[in-house]
Design a protein around this ligand. Structure first.
Ligand SMILES: Cc1ncc(COP(=O)(O)O)c(C=O)c1O
Length: 349
């Protein structure tokens, strides 16, 4: 796999020498005692950027999301989310396993449902129904092709949820990308939500870590749940230092990943067997749909791998490519020419 252009995920990046140096030199303490200064600095900085009162360092985006579900709900409650949300599809059934809640997935368009859909499923206070308790969103949206969800719609949906007494959570694993793509401050994107989870191990290129943020009271509860899940870590400033370094040095450069993803989509748009609207590529994710005559994704992935390009299947008829810190312009050229060789053999016109 060495030397391959690896587009499988933005999680595959390795820490840069400067990041490793920052991690090695981190000031640390026992974070379960609240004594790790680097963790505290990260939690404060992230909360401030998101316009929230407090933050909590957690090992993964999944733990950030699932702690939020646990804190906002009680067993038997209902969590409303879009049917392709990471929390629903890719967290191992954790809302049921950990929080004992029922998920109500709404089929939306590229990661978002509309106001009417939400209104229709909010239950009245009748003991037959589960209690509607939490609405969860994801921005940018992975299955939505890295789409930046429209802020006005999010504001409106969250206002409706709040009017009806529900809490709101944002899976902001790639909220950084949304901020760079829109030029809007993170605090504005985070504003309508009661809790937000952000990841450092995706486009920002740190090896580990997420921060869950919200009100002081929410984070105090979240800290208790993190402990129950075994997520209380000790001299973890070593990891927080990687996240701080990523925030300082790798945030603005996400614009490069977005430009490369768009260029890649433009280069692949006219190839046989592939369907992609380059204008739909807003951030670092490119989802290629295969035309009905084209063979299934596995055939493409094998042929691409033989050309030194790695990607993943996305659903039964899709291929996903993600740009990131470890991919430069040469990698885009490499992928473009690999696809140009592979496509005519797999999907002759
Ligand atoms: C949108 C989204 N949310 C949450 C996660 C979970 O993050 P982690 O792998 O750190 O648990 C991911 C992981 O890729 C993701 O893409």
């Amino acid at each position: 796999m060495t030397g391959a252009a690896d587009f499988r995920s933005d999680t595959i990046t390795r820490p840069t020498p400067a990041m490793r140096q920052a991690m090695a030199g981190a000031e640390v303490g026992d974070d379960v005692f609240g004594e790790d200064p680097t963790v505290r600095l990260l939690e404060e900085q992230v909360a401030a950027r998101l316009g929230q009162e407090a933050g909590l360092f957690v090992p993964s985006g999944t733990m950030g999301n699932e702690i939020a579900v646990c804190v906002h709900t009680r067993p038997g409650d209902e969590v409303i989310l879009e049917a392709t949300a990471h929390i629903f599809l890719y967290e191992g059934g954790a809302p049921a396993f950990l929080a004992g809640v029922q998920c109500l997935p709404l089929v939306g368009t590229r990661g978002l449902f509309d106001r009417r859909q939400l209104e229709e499923v909010l239950h009245s206070d009748d003991a037959h129904y589960p209690r509607s308790r939490l609405v969860a969103f994801e921005n940018t949206h992975n299955r939505g092709g890295g789409r930046v969800l429209p802020q006005a719609a999010l504001d409106d949906l969250c206002a409706l949820a709040h009017e009806r007494g529900l809490a709101t959570h944002l899976d902001g694993a790639r909220l950084w990308n949304a901020a760079i793509a829109t030029g809007r401050p993170l605090a504005e994107l985070a504003h309508p939500f009661d809790s937000i989870s952000v990841c450092f191990s995706k486009g920002l290129g740190a090896p580990v870590g997420s921060v869950l943020s919200g009100s002081r009271a929410f984070i105090a509860e979240a800290r208790r749940v993190r402990k129950k899940l075994g997520g209380g870590m000790r001299q973890v400033g070593i990891l927080a230092a990687g996240a701080l370094h990523a925030l300082e040095h790798h945030f603005e450069r996400l614009a490069e990943d977005h430009a490369r993803a768009r260029r890649l989509a433009e280069a692949l748009a006219d190839l046989p067997g592939l369907c992609i609207d380059p204008a739909s590529v807003e951030t670092n994710i490119v989802i290629l749909e295969l035309t009905p005559e084209a063979p299934p994704p596995a055939r493409w992935l094998d042929a691409l791998r033989a050309e030194g390009v790695l990607a993943v299947a996305f659903g039964p008829r899709g291929i996903r490519l993600i740009t990131h810190l470890d991919l430069d312009d040469a990698a885009i050229r490499h992928a473009t020419s690999a696809f140009a060789r592979v496509a005519p053999t797999l999907a002759p016109r």
